[in-house]
Design a protein around this ligand. Structure first.
Ligand SMILES: [Zn+2]
Length: 332
């Protein structure tokens, strides 16, 4: 498999000396979906901040519906056909319907009612594994009840400014008859292309982080978002097919990645685990994980006209540098 890229050069005159300045830009094409992305020289687009996110969280806590004083009477319950108790519990994780539904089956699951603030360095395999387990149980229950809802995804807008309307950290599940755009594009990728892509990344080594057993991790060649990582779970195509071992393995890899983000100075992330219909032959269940800009007065959003309206990443963290920074954790 060929990794396609185009090298561009921008030329301008230095405002003081009048000398010619040349800037290199690399346009890369994602081998799976054909999305392109612009890798630009390091220019501090994603600074680590000193904003006091914990203080922000405390300020917001008295109104939070997911905290222990309010969760029981402010969060909705699942219909009995999905779960007779109205909520799916695992360890400290609690899953309930999303009051603001995005699909015919839309849910929220918190890591713990007591964790209104959960910085990335405090994420643990237990917290993530239990939360994933509630999402998997939900997807299974919904698909058993409503066979048309074949498309399941597990997602996260973790804290601000990842897009969360509620500060309290949680995952969001969507189980629907209609795929999202990326679910559709990924499900249309011929199975052989997934295996060629993974083999090419394994051979190249520069973006390959490692495998955690049955799950392979790498930094995206053409990232949509900063410090973007991808993981591929062979042999299953839907979150509803994840067994206890795979849930634990996925939680292990996600925790390694999030702890690494914390070390790199990032505070929030987005996650999408793109499920296809269960049993879709040759489709490896796969995810994207990426960090978001840190809050600060006059901070720069990482979501610009390029990302939102051109579907084009503009990234100043080279994927190879991200892999070098994070890969060691996956090889220990
Ligand atoms: Zn809360």
């Amino acid at each position: 498999m060929e990794f396609r890229s185009h090298k561009l050069t921008a030329e301008m005159l230095d405002p003081e000396s009048g000398e010619t300045i040349r800037t290199g830009i690399e346009v890369r094409v994602d081998p799976l979906t054909g999305h392109s992305s612009r890798i630009v020289p390091e220019r501090g687009l994603m600074p680590s901040g000193d904003f006091d996110l914990a203080a922000f969280a405390r300020e917001n806590q008295p109104r939070c519906p997911f905290c222990p004083e309010r969760i029981e009477h402010l969060t909705p319950k699942l219909p009995p056909a999905i779960d007779p108790d109205g909520r799916i519990l695992r360890g400290e994780a609690v899953l309930f319907p999303n009051l603001h539904a995005y699909s015919s089956h839309s849910c929220v699951s918190i890591y713990s009612s007591r964790l209104h603030y959960l910085p990335l360095e405090d994420m643990t395999e237990r917290l993530f594994g239990d939360n994933l387990a509630t999402q998997v149980a939900y997807a299974k229950a919904v698909q058993a009840l409503d066979p048309h809802s074949r498309w399941a995804s597990i997602n996260a807008n973790h804290m601000l400014p990842a897009g969360s309307s509620l500060f309290h950290p949680h995952l969001q599940g969507i189980v629907d008859s209609q795929p999202t755009t990326l679910q559709r594009l990924l499900a249309d990728v011929p199975p052989a292309r997934f295996s060629s892509y993974l083999k090419a990344e394994r051979d190249a080594g520069v973006r390959y982080l490692g495998d955690t057993g049955r799950i392979e991790w790498l930094a995206s060649f053409a990232p949509i978002a900063p410090a973007e990582l991808r993981a591929f779970v062979g042999g299953v195509s839907s979150p509803a097919q994840l067994d206890e071992d795979l849930i634990a393995e996925l939680a292990h890899g996600l925790t390694l990645a999030l702890n690494a983000y914390a070390e790199m100075g990032f505070e929030s992330f987005n996650l999408a685990l793109y499920g296809a219909p269960p049993g879709l032959d040759g489709y490896p269940l796969n995810l994207r994980l990426a960090c978001r800009s840190n809050l600060a007065p006059f901070y720069r959003s990482d979501s610009t006209f390029l990302e939102r309206l051109h579907w084009e990443g503009a990234i100043d963290l080279p994927p190879e540098a991200v892999a070098e920074r994070i890969g060691g954790r996956f090889r220990e």
